[in-house]
Write a protein that binds this ligand. Sequence first.
Ligand code: XUL
Ligand code: CO
Length: 443
Amino acid sequence: MADTVFSNFSTVKFEGATSSNPLAYQFYDADKVVLGKPLSEHLRFSVAYWHSFAMTGGDPFGGATIHRPWMAAGDAIAQAKVKADAAFELCRVLDLPFFAFHDADIAPADESLGQTLRNFHTIVDYLDEKMSQSKTKLLWGTANLFSHSRFMAGASTNPDPDVFSWCAATVKHCMDATMQLGGSNYVLWGGREGYETLLNTDMKQELEQMGRFLSLVVEYKHKIGFKGQILVEPKPKEPTAHQYDFDTATVFGFLKRFGLENEVRVNLEANHATLAGHTFEHEIATAGALGILGSLDINRGDPLLGWDTDQFPNDLWSLTLSMYHVIKAGGLGLGGCNFDAKVRRQSFTPEDLVHAHVGGVDLCARAFLSAANLIEEGQYDALLTDRYAGWKTPEAQAMLRGQRSLEEIAAKAELDEICPLPQSGKQERIENLLARKIYTLPY
Ligand code: XUL
Ligand code: CO
C-alpha cells in the first residue's frame, strides 16, 4: 500500500496510568477483562470518516483550514481511494476496531443519481478489499441526506415526492453496502427532517412521510436479511429550528406510533443531548428504561458557544455516569462508541487527529472502568435499591402490576390512615461517593 500521512506513526499502545508518553493509552487496555469481557468488546470504538477525513475546518465565518493530501490526489475516484488508505492507516495507528461513514464521505457525488450510486459502489468495493486485508470493521453506515440543496426542504419529509424517492434509492444502496461490508448497524439521522417555519409546513403530512420511510427501511432490512440494528439518531435542532427526532423520548413516541418500537433503536450523541437541554446520561438512561439503547456518538459541545461543536470529550463526570447507564441497560450490544467528533480548525496536522482520538479513547475507557468499579463495589446501587425498597412489599407490587383499582387504593389508604414521612434524597452523600470513584484512578 502507498504511504499515507499516518504511515510514520507507530501503533498507539497501552502503557498504564503512569505513562508520560502523549501518544500512549493510559487507561484503554483493550484486552483487560472487565465485567466478564474485554474492554474493547464493551466499548467497540469507531473512527468517524466524515470528521476525520472529509471535514476541512470551515465554520460559518471562514473556509477551509485543513488540507489533507487526498483532497488533491488526482480525479475524484483516485482521491477517494487515497482517503480510504489514510482512514485504514489511522485505525491501524489507533488500534481501534471500527469505522463509520456516510455515502458522501467515502465517494464523490454526481448530479445524476445513477453516477452517484456507481461512484459509491466503486469505493464500497475498494473498502471491502481493504477490510479483507486489515482488522478494521464497520460499526455503521448511513446516507448523507442533508448536505445537497435538493434536501433543503427535507429528505423523506420533503414536499416533493421525487426527493422522497431519491432518498429511498440512496438508503437502499447504503443499506446494501453496509450489509456487504458486514456493518453492525445502519443509522438514520434526519438532518433536514424538521422545519424552519411552520408557516410553510404541513407537519401531519411530513410526519406521515417520515413514518412511511422508516417502515420501508425496516421492511427492506428484513427482506435482505441484514442482521444489524436500525438506529435513529435524535437531535433537537440544527440545521432546522425544529427537528422531528428531538430526543429519545420523542423518538420513542414516534416509533410507537408507527409500530416500530421493537425494530428501531437510538444512536445517542452527547452534543445532541445537551442541545436538547438534557445530559448525555439522561438520554442513555431514558433509552435504557425504554429498551431502545443502540449505540453512542461520543463528543461534547461547548456551553459557551451553544451549537453542535462536536468536540472530543473531556467531561469525566458525565461520561462516567453515561457508562454507568450503558452498563445498567445491558451494554452496547451491536452498538459502540463512535467518535462523532472533530479537531478544531487550528488543529490541521495529522498528528492532531491522533492526539484527539487518544484522549477520547482514554477518557471513555477511564469512565467505563470507574462505572464498572462503582457497580461491582455496590454502595451506590445499594442506596438506590434502598430508596425504592417500599415498592418491594406485596401490596405495593399489587398496585404497580395493576391488581388494585383507584377505589381500592383509596379505601386502603383511608383505612390505614397512612401518613408518609419525608425521606432524605441523599444527593450530597451520593455526589461525594461518585466524586471519590470518578476522580480516583480506576485500578
Ligand atoms: C450530525 C450528526 C451526524 C450523524 C450521522 O449532528 O451527528 O454526523 O451522526 O449522520
Ligand atoms: Co452523530
